[in-house]
Design a protein around this ligand. Sequence first.
Ligand code: SF4
Ligand code: SF4
Ligand code: SF4
Length: 251
Amino acid sequence: MKPKLKKIAIVSLTSCEGCQFTLFDLGEKFLDLMSNVEMIDFRLFEDEKDKGGKLDIGIVEGSPMTKDNIKTLLKLRKRSKFLIVLGNCAAMGGVPEIKNYQQGKATIKQVYKHVQEIFNPEIKEVNNFVKVDFVFPGCPISGDEFLKYFPEFLAGNIPIIQDQSVCIECRKKGNKCLLLENKPCFGPIILGGCDAVCPTSRMGCQGCRGLRKSGNIKTIRCMLKKIMTDQEFENTTEIYGLRDDVSKEKF
Ligand code: SF4
Ligand code: SF4
Ligand code: SF4
């Protein structure tokens, strides 16, 4: 008897859909990976109606911003054995979270001169609403990482991403450390796995993959204080929704 196909849905909330495009960019490798699954929903790919029912794996991308988004997310969690989060917006609030730190109404007035009212909720990460089993980090996610870890879900297990910093990959590439040139970089406290793309292009890591578990935030904050002002530090941590995570630490 043939084994039962795993039922999967890939659902998007409010997002740029860049993480789903990363899956498309995998081309045949993605199709091979999914050759033994039943794709119940993949919004970017097809507009066939999702008929509901239980899922083995629910995958969600984007911020739960609107009431409809939140409803979709709660439903997906209820149906799914595993719930996987795809990318920085869903996991950390991402670029949309910047607005949490702005002067709400004043900013809206500045941008939309003639709008009388606008729905402007506080941005909250997916795990504020539902239990999350796994996060594919990054903005966008890494396609290679998806190929590496997704098969473990198909086998019924939850994988673990090794807790190592962006610095490990950066040093392996032979890059000269930006901190030694007094240029800001969050690499030591950020979860590696992106092949250190930013420092390799001589741009400091801004933390799109999120904090690693054993990173020493206090030490890095002290080092960065010599390189950047408090305002610059805050602005940088706002780019990928890192600000609320680092601010839990007392400096
Ligand atoms: S994490 Fe980045 S690429 Fe992915 S949906 Fe959000 S903004 Fe787009
Ligand atoms: S440049 Fe950044 S990522 Fe690279 S070693 Fe230095 S601190 Fe780490
Ligand atoms: S270097 Fe930092 S900001 Fe750049 S992709 Fe990696 S984790 Fe994201």
